[in-house]
Design a protein around this ligand. Structure first.
Ligand SMILES: *[C@@H]1O[C@H](CO)[C@@H](O)[C@H](O)[C@H]1NC(C)=O
Length: 307
């Protein structure tokens, strides 16, 4: 009995840490319209910076020390994957401290701007999530939990996402999936109030390509559980819906998201990316010049959304 209950506990802990890394955002049908056709080709203001939470003081149920460990682990796995000698593009680790949230933002921003191929970004980010789990969990979760007990699995993942993911997403809570028919979607969702990862990266493309799509892929392919993440760029909210497969329409819509007003690239990252001889210094220091050159009026949809 002792061994089966402790392995059960281990599995739960693993899942929870896994979810921790599942990044942010979504909304559902009732909110989807907010960033519908009328704003699609413009920019979205996003929530006011004046009300930005002090994310460093928001902690998951396991406390600040565990949050810091999870962040350091995530950072280590991310930088390891980005600096893998087999990569077509090498991205070195940030010089920031391992438990500095900005380090993760810096790495994902570089990944998002240096890789032209969105599919590669999705795959790299999914592999980072995979690398956070022991293989024996991923090998068994789909057949032991996700397939035989889909509702239970969805609830467990929702709970684990909150426990293990608060450091990454900021304040969040388990909720009922809006509009879900199975069991009313009770406790199968997570509502992120104002996603930290989105807030700090300020880029809808990073949100969609480095977080939403890879996280959905991870749960689907590696955990055997469908997931739809619905970000709301106006509020910074994100609704996770475990057990729900995103429709093609929703996924298309996610990719045509508008640029965020505070995006540091001002929609100019594409040019930056294609201009040879322009390196990180620009990303770090001279983006303001580019924005001025391009003019605010030319900012339309997020250019990095393109395939
Ligand atoms: C993008 O990457 C994927 C996966 O590595 C590959 O299959 C695909 O051919 C690439 N697309 C382009 C346009 O290079």
């Amino acid at each position: 009995m002792g061994s089966s209950s402790s392995s059960g506990l281990l599995i739960v802990l693993m899942i929870l840490s896994a979810n921790a890394f599942a990044p942010p955002r979504e909304i559902f049908s009732h909110r989807r319209r907010r960033w519908g056709a009328n704003v699609r080709s413009g920019t979205v203001e996003g929530p006011p910076i004046a009300t930005k939470p002090d994310y460093s003081s928001i902690h998951g149920p396991l406390g600040p020390l565990m949050d810091s460990l999870l962040m350091s682990l995530f950072r280590a796995k991310l930088s390891e994957r980005l600096n893998n000698p087999g990569n077509s593009i090498l991205i070195e680790d940030s010089r920031l401290a391992a438990d500095d949230f900005e380090g993760i933002v810096e790495l994902t921003s570089k990944m998002n701007s240096r890789y032209n191929n969105r599919t590669e970004i999705h795959e790299i980010a999914r592999e980072v999530l995979v690398s956070l789990f022991p293989p024996f969990i991923l090998d068994r979760y789909p057949s032991w939990f996700a397939r035989p007990f889909p509702v239970f699995s969805a609830r467990m993942c929702a709970w684990a996402t909150v426990v293990g993911g608060t450091w990454l997403m900021g304040e969040c809570e388990v909720n009922d999936v809006p509009g879900m028919s199975i069991d009313g979607g009770r406790d199968q969702g997570v509502l992120v109030k104002r996603c930290r990862f989105l807030e700090e990266s300020q880029c809808a493309s990073i949100c969609v390509n480095s977080c939403k799509i890879p996280t959905q892929m991870f749960f689907r392919q590696n955990m055997g559980l469908p997931l739809t993440m619905t970000p709301d760029y106006t509020t910074g909210e994100c609704q996770f819906s475990f057990g729900k497969t995103p429709t093609e329409e929703e996924e298309e819509e996610a990719k045509s998201t508008p640029c965020l007003m505070r995006c540091p690239s001002g929609g100019s990252m594409k040019r930056w990316h294609h201009d040879e001889g322009i390196g990180d210094e620009l990303w770090l220091a001279d983006l303001a010049t580019l924005i001025a050159e391009k003019g605010v009026a030319s900012r339309t949809t997020c250019l990095l959304m393109d395939d």
